[in-house]
Design a protein around this ligand. Structure first.
Ligand code: DGI
Ligand code: FE
Ligand code: FE
Ligand code: FE
Length: 187
């Protein structure tokens, strides 16, 4: 799918602020794809659609999680986690994207998963470091992303888990498992 076609589709689904974030993720993901040997076209499409479901009503997302037999424990955790797996489902169903690498990158862009594919890592990290992000620690991850993608991934997981713990929030098991996988792998 052409970039302009994809952007027009996603623009209707999200706020202007989220659209600008999406453009940032797209540009960052393409750069990382070129650096690490991923198909930049796949990075472009995955980035454009990664937050497709971000503004779907919670009830609709909940119903999709139940009907599509997604992990039911998702419902016990922050609803912010839901737009990733629900997004992968809706992007296939409503937009007609069938590329499994692209759908996987959308599905795992919030929690990560152990042993992530290259495209999944690129979207996870690009989502964290795109130029519109300004939280503490982001600059360190930006630098790591230019030298070692796994180290950048691990640092963004650590930062996210610490951030959630400071806010007294539960951490979804996949996020912890992803962190453990990459810390045991040696960063
Ligand atoms: O959609 P974005 O804001 O671009 O970023 P995202 O999809 O990576 O994260 C969405 C939100 O989900 C963010 O506020 C942090 C939160 N989050 C990420 N991992 C976990 C989590 N929340 C919980 N409760 N548990 C997690 O493991
Ligand atoms: Fe997201
Ligand atoms: Fe993220
Ligand atoms: Fe995002």
């Amino acid at each position: 799918m052409e970039r302009e076609t994809a952007l027009k589709i996603v623009e209707k689904q999200i706020t202007e602020h989220r659209y600008l974030h999406t453009i940032g993720v797209m540009e960052t993901a393409i750069q990382l794809a070129q650096k690490y040997g991923e198909d930049p076209k796949k990075a472009e499409i995955a980035a454009i659609f990664h937050d497709y479901a971000k503004f779907r009503p919670k009830d609709e997302m909940k119903q999709i999680i139940i009907d599509q037999k997604m992990p039911i424990q998702l419902l016990d955790y922050n609803s912010e986690l839901w737009h990733a797996p629900v997004g992968a489902y809706l992007v296939e169903k409503e937009v007609g994207i069938t590329d499994q690498d692209v759908l996987g990158a959308i599905k795992y862009h919030t929690s990560g998963r152990p042993n992530m594919a290259l495209l999944e890592k690129i979207i996870y990290v690009a989502d964290y470091i795109e130029p519109g992000r300004h939280f503490p620690g982001v600059e360190e991850v930006r630098e790591l992303a230019q030298t070692n993608l796994d180290k950048a991934l691990l640092k963004s997981l650590q930062n996210t888990i610490q951030f959630l713990m400071k806010k007294n929030q539960a951490v979804y098991p996949d996020t912890i498992e992803t962190y453990n996988f990459y810390i045991l792998k040696g960063g």
